[in-house]
Design a protein around this ligand. Structure first.
Ligand code: SF4
Length: 864
């Protein structure tokens, strides 16, 4: 302990409400403090979203707080050389010296080009002040790096397209049949981890059938009714084949839903674009009742044709659904079986079960409204998103839900509407659904497609008109600015709470990119793989040492959206203990820097806008406010005058009423249509192609197609035959985010779990290769990257795969039990433009290796 106990503290025994910060779900917790020492973390039974429950990671938060390896003082690098494994040769300096240096470098960068400041964090609680700082500075380059490489690229733009919200999840309150593709949804993973785990458990108890499609028998699969082992990167073929069975073999799909709520009825020309009304430009549909074409607004949707072919002024036009249906025919279960390795009879059976569970035509009455009742859904996440064609993969699962009319209705796949009680999607250009969320400012809306422009941001998001971000591009932009027409590079890089060396692309490439940054300042409580590159390393406050309001913010964070029938709730973080050593909350440091740079008033103006402060709670740009005053105004602005800082200090959270059925299932209450046929991709692709060709930017635009297709990843088509096994990365629920992979309690838990540190291999595959349980093996990629690990034989993996979990193989950590243990999956990947999904900027995590047995069975000597 760094500070001496006072007399008051020695009599102390209190519980302090605050929020967990061991993952981005910021569950509401209370911390037991005895004599000035935090001794226990637990949930608050009545507080959303976790209602008294805390996961293993949350419990282990104390170990990060009291880690003996905490960084306690500002440190200055004295070794000009940088690289993986290069000792920075830190020298302790005072905060005074550190601030002088930081402000001097920021001032110089701003004079040169304000855009040359880059900031990266996954501290979602600090996004609003950080974005205000960056806006005041004049830089568009705020990013969260790692998560944008792999995670939601094939999820968020698709969720926007379906529902106008950042994310989607199955309505576990009503769903009776759930297909999970490559995700551990509901098993303490992803967004709203604790709330969805509770709902999943209740749904299973209620009798919901769970089918998990995954190359690995993951936690979710191990608890499922059925695990379907699939070849990696082929989920789209499976989904398209399921739809083919529904539409072309069984003839069972929700035609009224498609007519009422999608663009399936829009007429499409042979060139792939909509046939439009020559006067208004509106898409035309075929009025089957009156035998004529008409503009969308003038035709009763239920009279519009879904199928057929119509000649209009010499042009042969077809409803989008006719094209979709015809396209599906190529995905017979037999062909899909060859692609996926799933037997054709299984594909037909699952399709039948799915549509039978969907109860087409049925309704349910909730809160006085009669909703379509579709208790079947398909969901997905990183597993199918982190591929070369990740966005098409996500779209195909989304469309599976559309076939049964199960989007934004009870029982189906519903929006995670982190947008407040007054939110509803809207009808945008061409009658398509656009977000109605006034708080969406960290993700861009993908519909309508944005105009392609010369790149302004280092992320080059201007070249991704149907994505929500392009975070993966940032470091490629830093490495190759001239290739993308960038006229500037980074001068200063601010980094906090994102270990991008361990969690982004290939560390060798990341290292080269970081070496290009003249000045890097890291805020951290621990030394790690990324702080190794910093020029200035500042001690960051732990979550239990800092004051941050509105961390659980259902107006913006989709993982904080209340579940149906749950309550709109806000929470906050407050200091439970005094900061260790000289640690400071990094955002307060940046506010001080802003004042010294003379941009404080601009920051306040930007903060009023980004945080949506209202009325008398808006910050006065002409007057300095303390951090506590800012927090008080922020809380009151969201939760009402009676719920300011003093209220939150006492209670920790504030509930603002139940999420209504209309908010949970908004499909009946707005007119925006969902694009089943991706016509907006066609024009966007044409624009990207034109721009990149004109500027000599090598760019693949072939995925800008209106009908979703399965396309193999490069690993499948380019790997020589001896590289015959895929390596699959999967998540352990207690090891998500890199801070967990060095936490002593969690590492100890990992040591007792045989699935963490070894590489899993199928029993039959191992036998064929002469590998026994515990043998040491070597994996090698076609690019020559090699890794050694112990083999764990299991039936719970596809025969063509090896499995490595989470972010392991750490090389800079004070925890001796974590260093070098397990495989660092990202080191196997190629981080190059041709391994990116040019629709969503997902980095392709599909990799094949050849495997060699190195040595005799070692399991008797080496514990897992
Ligand atoms: S899910 Fe995340 S926020 Fe909630 S208790 Fe676990 S680690 Fe903490």
């Amino acid at each position: 302990m760094a500070h001496r106990q006072t007399a008051a503290e020695s009599l102390e025994d209190v519980w302090i409400p605050t929020a967990c910060d061991m993952c981005y779900n910021v569950c509401t917790v209370r911390v037991h403090r005895v004599n000035g020492v935090a001794v226990k973390i637990e949930g608050i039974p009545e507080a959303p979203p976790n209602y008294g429950k805390v996961c293993a990671k949350g419990n282990a938060g104390l170990m990060n707080l009291y880690s003996p390896s905490r960084i306690l003082k500002p440190l200055l690098r004295t070794n000009p050389e940088k690289g993986i494994g290069v000792e920075p040769k830190w020298k302790e300096i005072s905060w005074h010296e550190a601030m002088d240096l930081l402000v001097e470098r920021l001032r110089a960068a701003r004079l040169k080009d304000p855009r040359s400041l880059v900031a990266a964090t996954f501290d979602r609680c600090s996004y609003f002040p950080l974005r205000a700082f960056m806006a005041a500075f004049g830089s568009p380059n705020a990013t969260n790096t790692s998560a944008g490489f792999f995670c939601g690229n094939g999820v968020h733009p698709v969720a926007f397209t379906l529902t106008g919200s950042n994310d989607v999840h199955p309505d576990l309150k009503h769903c009776n049949y759930l297909l999970i593709f490559g995700s551990s949804h509901g098993f303490v993973a992803q967004q709203n981890a604790m709330g969805l785990a509770r709902e999943m458990a209740e749904a299973r108890t209620r009798g919901m059938k769970l089918v998990v499609i995954d190359p690995v028998c993951s936690y979710a699969a191990s608890k499922a009714d059925e695990w379907i082992a699939i070849r990696p990167g082929t989920d789209t073929a499976f989904a398209l084949s399921l739809m083919n069975v529904l539409v072309n073999e069984l003839g069972r799909y929700d035609a009224p839903y498609l007519k009422m709520y999608t663009n399936a009825i829009y007429l499409v020309r042979p060139d792939g674009h909509y046939l439009r009304d020559p006067r208004s430009g509106a898409p035309l549909v075929w009025d089957a009742l009156n035998g004529r074409a008409g503009a969308l607004a003038g035709v009763e949707p239920m009279n519009a044709a879904l199928e057929g072919s119509f000649k209009l002024e010499g042009i042969e036009a077809k409803p989008a659904f006719e094209l979709f249906k015809d396209h599906l025919r190529t995905y017979t279960p037999e062909r899909a079986s060859e692609i996926t390795t799933i037997p054709a009879q299984t594909i037909r059976r699952v399709a039948r079960e799915f549509v039978e569970a969907a109860r087409l035509g049925s309704t349910i009455r909730i809160e006085g409204h009669d909703f379509p009742f579709r208790p079947a859904a398909a969901c997905w996440y990183r597993g199918i998103s982190a591929h070369k064609h990740g966005m098409l993969n996500g779209m195909s699962i989304a469309q599976l839900n559309l076939m049964i009319g199960a989007v934004d209705v009870p029982g189906g796949l519903i929006n995670a509407a982190a947008a407040g009680p007054n939110w509803l999607p809207k009808e945008g250009p061409d009658g398509l659904l656009v977000p109605g969320n006034p708080f969406t400012n960290t993700h861009l809306a993908p519909v309508p497609a944005r105009k392609v422009k010369p790149p302004e941001s280092l992320e080059l998001v201007e070249l991704f008109p149907v994505s929500v971000y392009a975070r993966t591009m940032l470091w490629l932009g830093v490495l190759y600015p001239e290739k993308f027409g960038l006229t500037y590079g980074p001068e200063v890089f601010i980094q906090c709470r994102t270990n991008l060396m361990a969690t982004s692309g290939d560390p060798e490439v990341m290292a080269e990119a970081l070496k290009r940054v003249p000045f890097m300042v890291s805020f951290s409580d621990q030394h790690n793989e990324t702080t190794e590159f910093a020029d200035l390393l500042l001690p960051d406050a732990h979550a239990l040492e800092r004051l941050v309001p509105v961390v659980f913010n259902p107006y913006i964070h989709y993982n904080n959206a209340p579940l149906p029938e749950d309550e709109w709730c806000f929470n906050f973080q407050q200091p439970v203990v005094k900061p260790m050593g000289q640690a400071r909350y990094w955002m307060e440091v940046l506010l001080e820097a802003a004042e010294r740079l003379g941009i404080q008033s601009d920051l306040y103006t930007a903060f009023n806008a980004t945080a949506h402060l209202t009325g008398a709670n808006r910050l006065d740009p002409a007057q300095k406010s303390s951090w506590e005053e800012i927090c008080d105004r922020w809380l009151k602005s969201y939760c009402g005058e009676e719920h300011g800082l003093s209220y939150f200090r006492a209670h920790g959270y504030c509930k603002l009423g139940k999420r209504t059925a209309e908010q949970s299932y908004p499909r009946l209450f707005h007119k925006g249509r969902i694009p089943l046929y991706l016509e907006h991709f066609v024009g966007a692709g044409e624009e990207v192609k034109k721009f990149t060709e004109e500027h000599n930017i090598p760019w693949d635009t072939s995925d800008y197609i209106p009908l979703t297709e399965w396309r193999p990843c490069p690993a499948q088509t380019e790997s020589p035959a001896e590289y015959d096994l895929f390596v699959v990365n999967h998540k352990m629920p207690f090891l998500t985010l890199s801070i967990t992979s060095e936490n002593p309690w969690l590492v100890e838990l990992a040591q007792h779990n045989a699935k963490v540190f070894p590489v899993a291999i199928n029993v039959a595959t191992a036998k064929r290769k002469g590998i026994a349980e515990g043998d040491e093996i070597e994996m090698e990629t076609p690019g020559g990257k090699k890794f050694r690990a112990l083999a764990r034989l299991t039936e719970g993996i596809h025969p063509e795969c090896l499995a490595v979990p989470s972010i392991l193989g750490r090389w800079v950590t004070a925890n001796d039990h974590a260093r070098g243990r397990g495989v660092h999956f990202n080191s196997l990947l190629e981080y190059t433009v041709d391994r990116l999904d040019t629709l969503s900027a997902a980095l392709d995590a599909c990799v094949k290796v050849k495997v060699r047995r190195l040595g005799a069975q070692l399991s008797h000597k080496l514990p897992y």
